[in-house]
Ligand binder design. Structure first.
Ligand SMILES: C[S@@+](CC[C@H](N)C(=O)[O-])C[C@H]1O[C@@H](n2cnc3c(N)ncnc32)[C@H](O)[C@@H]1O
Length: 276
């Protein structure tokens, strides 16, 4: 389904006080304490009124925050100027955002369920694009398909509902499969209620933090250790040892190094063709 929530979010943020910081979310505080580092280059997607962005600025000064709502971004820019905070607030869709500066951590709260499936796929490609430049951590909090709100609103697709705006309730297992397929390593995950309880509702949410490695880092940290382990296992393989013992080839030179002329590939032992 085509999502057009821009009008809704513009009207929503036009009502908020432009001179006041909004209270940071619980997930924002959790992320600030557990994952955000002083030297991080942070990108926040769908920052809204900047409630979490302004809090993160207390730790890192390298922040870019984007949102497609012009009302929200304009207010954030004014508030940042007034309070002397050097935060880059940009009014754009994440789909149109070009990565110019280093980014090594991405934060998005209540964002994944605000976009459709097509956009979700673009978001994953976007993460992979960032990964090209350095190792990236991604932190998300979103509504799951166990959330009670799924029972309300107009059905506009599987797990998609429209109340006064569009929401897509995420199937966590499907999302996990997708990101793992793209080489993500989950470093934190929790789901349930009581993460963002208000007097009106207690949504079922998922919090997830995962890492994406640069290809070369991925090879060294994940593939190389396995290759090494495989090497030691095959070295102790009894089949290989018996072949070593029993192997006699008149064309091979005599001596203790004959066994070195064998190599192992896909569970078969081969003799090198010409050994001089
Ligand atoms: C549910 S609000 C969350 C706001 C904020 N993160 C919070 O937790 O309070 C979702 C935000 O995502 C923004 N948004 C939705 N789709 C977007 C897109 N494709 N690119 C950038 N921002 C988007 C909306 O304008 C809105 O501000």
């Amino acid at each position: 389904m085509l999502v057009n929530n821009k009008k809704y979010w513009n009207s929503y943020y036009s009502k908020s006080d432009k001179n006041k910081f909004s209270r940071p979310s619980k997930f924002g505080i959790f992320f600030f304490k557990k994952f955000l580092k002083k030297d991080n280059y942070l990108l926040e997607l769908g920052c809204g009124n900047g409630r979490d962005t302004f809090c993160f600025y207390r730790k890192t000064k390298n922040i870019v925050s984007i949102d497609e709502s012009l009302q929200a971004i304009n207010k954030n820019i004014l508030l940042a100027r007034k309070t002397n905070k050097n935060i880059k607030f940009l009014n754009c869709k994440f789909e149109n955002f070009t990565i110019k500066k280093k980014i090594n951590i991405v934060y998005a709260r209540f964002f994944l369920h605000a976009i459709n499936l097509n956009q979700e796929n673009k978001l994953i490609s976007f993460f992979i694009k960032i990964k090209k430049y350095c190792k990236v951590k991604v932190a998300l909090e979103f509504r799951t398909n166990k959330d009670k709100l799924l029972e309300k609103g107009k059905i506009v697709g599987k797990n998609e509902r429209f109340t006064n705006h569009y929401r897509r309730f995420i199937d966590v297992n499907k999302f996990l499969k997708k990101i793992k397929k793209n080489g993500c390593k989950i470093i934190y995950m929790k789901q349930g209620t009581n993460f963002s309880k208000t007097k009106d509702e207690n949504p079922h949410l998922c919090r997830i933090v995962f890492e994406l490695w640069k290809k070369i880092q991925h090879i060294f940290l994940h593939i190389f250790p396995w290759m090494l382990l495989n090497f030691f296992i095959t070295k102790r393989d009894p089949l290989k040892q018996s072949i070593h013992k029993n192997f006699s080839d008149p064309y091979l030179p005599k001596g203790p190094n004959n066994s070195d002329k064998l190599f192992f590939r896909q569970n078969y032992y081969f003799k090198l063709d010409k050994v001089k």
